[in-house]
Design a protein around this ligand. Sequence first.
Ligand SMILES: [Zn+2]
Length: 296
Amino acid sequence: MLENLLTIDVEDWFHILDAPRSDTAKIPWDTLPSRVVANTERILAILDNHGVTATFFVLGWVAKHHPSLIRRIAECGHDIASHGYGHILVNRVSPSTFEADLIRSLGTIGNAVGRAVIGYRASGFSVTPNTPWAFPILAKHGIQYDASIFPAVHAHGGFPNAPKCPFLLQTTCGHKLYEFPASVVRLFGRSLPIGGGGYLRLLPTPVIHGAIRYLNHIGENATIYLHPREIDPLQPRLSGLPFHRRFKYYVNLSGTEHKLNELLSCFRFTSIQRFLEFDDYRRCIAQKRFTVDGTC
Ligand SMILES: [Zn+2]
């Protein structure tokens, strides 16, 4: 059975994108009641029950305020990667602001675990065809694998023409990154995201499982993503979100833990770094190349 990739974006309930200014910009994050430690511990227990390792893309802000949590994730054998520092959207900042946020996250997370960080995922999959400069910056700072691409239209970004399975991303100036896009499947001429977020919580289990089975059948590995807050139905709700965002962020929170257990029972999952340790998998990815223009 083909191995799939399990990824967790470690951030708190108040790090939701689109949070109205009245909730999280005027109120400093560190004055809000944190739930990320308990929720992440719960996910660690679930993964331990299934004997599965995952890649944890950690927000630098979380690593600064909860360094012992990050050490504990690493001690459990999971990958520690970066989700940036301040949850900024890459396509809304300058290259220098992006680079500064990346450097700050790598330093904070690296200090927490005592080793270099080599993986990255942008907030909101906000690396797009309009931000080709992001990839050389990632490579310059030692990033070897990236999971920032959403190969379809997305509210905060999206890279619709990118491959929909793991591939080797090349820049026109010669950088290379192993890329793990969030999983989507083509259905009736449209891209159906099945890899995580509101889609994973909303879509019925047979649809999700059928999509992963289909991807594995055609030789593609699925990449699934989840946030610790998604298994926390009692988390506080941010007020003032537009209806569609409120629906997307809070739909079916009470069912996510069960869905995660079902996924881990029915399919094989591993972390990105463990996946890349296998020569066969690396060779397979290297055969699927995608060059991003305008990077030099
Ligand atoms: Zn995020």
